[in-house]
Design a binder for this molecule. Structure first.
Ligand code: BGC
Length: 611
């Protein structure tokens, strides 16, 4: 234990490195002592803070647009978010430098409270070109493999830290029940039990012991009902009953809290027309009091202005994403609320304590700056190996007539069809490099076609638009699916142009080869199950490939039989678009509709069929 004297406050502040306690015999005693020490520190800092400093801690801004030089200091900012928009620099060291500069500003304030830096790293550190990008959560759900989810989260944490972050806004632990929602792929599964298991693994992986500089604070989001709005509208209204919420949606949050998740993000949706951001019963009474969550409840984008201003603070929100012009308005309105007694100082104190507690738990007062030695770990091959394993394990085999799979590596003449086969942006979906994703290749990634070229011994023909008519091929592998999208832009019900069926062009790719009598294998790249009943009927083999991320070459390793299929459907698979006429999707929430394939379905190669 060491002590340092803070010249500005004139106060002795303990600066205990967490290693100082490692001599304790009993691990529980160690944790309890640490908790007590942290609470003492939090209390002693809180007593020194002015109202402006407290409100500052409750404020999160982007590192561009929302702030100008000096604002971190004068507005006592508590956290910085990096999301869509300007990059902090070119290489990882530039990112670190930008955040170091902002951190120095924060440390130069009277109390020297460090900043939290958060990022939407939802399938790897997906905002950075060259990072390892994992399959989106729907694919991780198909693996059902909690060890793999934990490893992926550990790697994400390392690569996030390497680019200057100590906080990620992941995992999304929604239970999507309507595939028309544009965020189905961000969640693991429609199954509560599977989501619980993978939630725990993800939080363990991200947070580790938290103080370690290769781990980050995780965020369970979006609390609650994001995936269960009527007709699958992002930010819409959910009409679920209290019982349904309790039984189907809350269990993963209970697990997240038990696993020590550091933050929880409120959801854009309403519950029986009451915004979740302002839902005191759910945020304060349920999450904080009954479930014992002692971390930070954060708004979603501009949540303060959108959902009731100080009402949301009274409901239990601790930190506000004060972006897109909200910064001054939020700070002034909350100040006025406290001065005019519409928000109690006790509520503000509780919020600030939660924020300081997490900063201490992360060890930020001891280690506020990014670690330059981590940069070489970004996108390294051992990380990519884990991502490729995840790709392999996420593939779900829906049909394999006459065992046309695995493909014979040596003798086959193979034609690979479709732009999704040769484009790492298309294979990765939204939240990849930019918010809405990209329709072009990005640094470090390998495409599905790369995998075919690497794994096969015969020559591979690539036919982008199925115009090449290589009908003498032994097998056509047709890769079709959705274009990238994120959030409301991917909803099906709201004139986004997205459908639950394949585009006509993609249907024609399949038709062209299947009608010519070529053995046809389809790999579907999509963020949700699509209605492809006719296409499944038409072809010999059909694989749900989800959104594999940067290691697209893992697909070929399974199609050629180097590995077996392991993936199981994390969602029931729809039969017809008519199934979506009601409020619910055709899954177990509405058992009057029979899915084409049930949750958990997935074939594998028979013994002896592996190469
Ligand atoms: C999304 C969140 C995300 C946040 C910050 C919001 O629009 O709903 O999931 O973390 O933006 O980018």
């Amino acid at each position: 234990m060491s002590k340092s004297f803070n010249i500005i406050t004139g106060l002795f502040i303990f600066t205990i490195g967490f290693g100082a306690l490692s001599g304790c015999k009993n691990a529980n005693t160690e944790i309890v002592s640490l908790d007590i020490i942290i609470e003492q520190k939090v209390d002693s800092v809180l007593t020194l803070m002015t109202l402006e400093e407290k409100i500052g801690q409750m404020t999160q801004v982007r590192h561009f647009y929302d702030i100008q030089k000096g604002d971190v200091t004068t507005k006592f900012i508590g956290s910085v978010i990096h999301t869509n928009g300007l990059l902090p620099g070119d290489g990882a060291l530039d990112w670190q430098a930008r955040f170091t500069e902002l951190q120095k500003e924060a440390l130069s304030t009277r109390l020297g409270i460090p900043l939290l830096f958060g990022v939407d790293a939802v399938h790897g550190q997906n905002t950075f070109q060259g990072a390892t990008i994992f399959p989106h959560n729907i694919g991780m759900g198909a693996t059902g493999n909690s060890d793999l989810v934990e490893k992926a989260a550990q790697i994400t944490a390392i690569e996030a830290q390497a680019t200057g972050f100590n906080w990620v806004f992941s995992p999304c632990i929604a239970i999507p029940y309507n595939e028309q929602w544009g965020r189905v792929y961000e969640a693991f599964s429609e199954s509560t039990a599977l989501t619980q298991k993978l939630t725990r693994a993800s939080i363990r992986g991200h947070q580790g012991n938290l103080v370690d500089r290769t781990t980050v604070m995780a965020t369970a989001k979006h609390f609650i009902g994001d995936g269960s709005t009527d007709y699958g509208v992002e930010g819409g209204n959910t009409t679920l009953t209290a019982n349904q919420i309790n039984e189907r949606l809350l269990p993963p949050y209970r697990d997240a809290v038990a696993e020590g998740v550091g933050s929880i993000m409120a959801s854009f949706n309403t519950l029986n027309n009451e915004p979740l951001h302002a839902h005191k019963v759910l945020i304060t009474d349920t999450l904080k009091t009954k479930m014992g969550f002692d971390g930070i409840v954060l708004t979603d984008w501009r949540g303060y202005t959108k959902y009731g201003r100080n009402n949301i603070i009274n409901a239990g929100i601790d930190m506000v994403m004060a972006v897109d012009g909200d910064l001054d308005f939020f700070q002034a309105s909350l100040k006025s609320g406290v001065e005019h007694d519409s928000v109690s100082i006790e509520r503000v104190n509780d919020a600030v304590k939660r924020i300081l507690r997490q900063k201490y738990r992360l060890g930020l007062f001891d280690n506020p700056f990014p670690d330059a030695t981590l940069v070489s770990k970004i996108g390294r091959s051992s990380h990519r190996d884990v991502a490729r394993q995840a790709v392999r394990e996420s593939l779900v085999l829906l049909k394999n007539n006459n065992n046309v799979l695995p493909i014979d590596k040596v003798s086959s003449k193979i034609v690979v069809v479709g732009e999704h086969a040769n484009n790492s942006g298309l294979q990765s979906g939204g939240w990849t490099i930019s918010w809405q994703g990209k329709a072009e290749n990005y640094k470090g990634a390998r495409t599905i076609l790369d995998g075919f070229q690497k794994t096969s011994k015969s020559s591979i023909i690539y036919d982008k638009n199925a115009t090449g008519k290589h009908f003498d091929a032994d097998v056509a592998v047709i890769v079709v699916g959705e274009k990238p999208y994120a959030e409301f832009m991917g909803d099906v019900n709201t004139n986004t142009g997205f459908q639950l069926t394949l585009s006509e062009a993609h249907q024609n790719y399949i038709k062209t080869y299947a009608d010519a009598g070529v053995t046809t294998v389809v790999v579907l790249i999509s963020g949700r199950p699509l209605v492809v009943t006719n296409q499944i009927e038409k072809v010999d083999a059909f694989v749900a490939g989800w959104l594999p991320g940067s290691e697209g070459d893992g697909v070929a390793e399974v199609l050629f039989g180097d590995y077996n299929f392991k993936g199981k459907l994390p969602h029931s698979w729809p039969n017809s678009v008519d199934d979506y006429k009601g409020r619910f999707g055709p899954n177990y929430w509405d058992n009057t509709i029979k899915p084409l394939f049930n949750l958990g379905y997935g074939l594998s190669y028979e013994q002896g069929k592996l190469n």
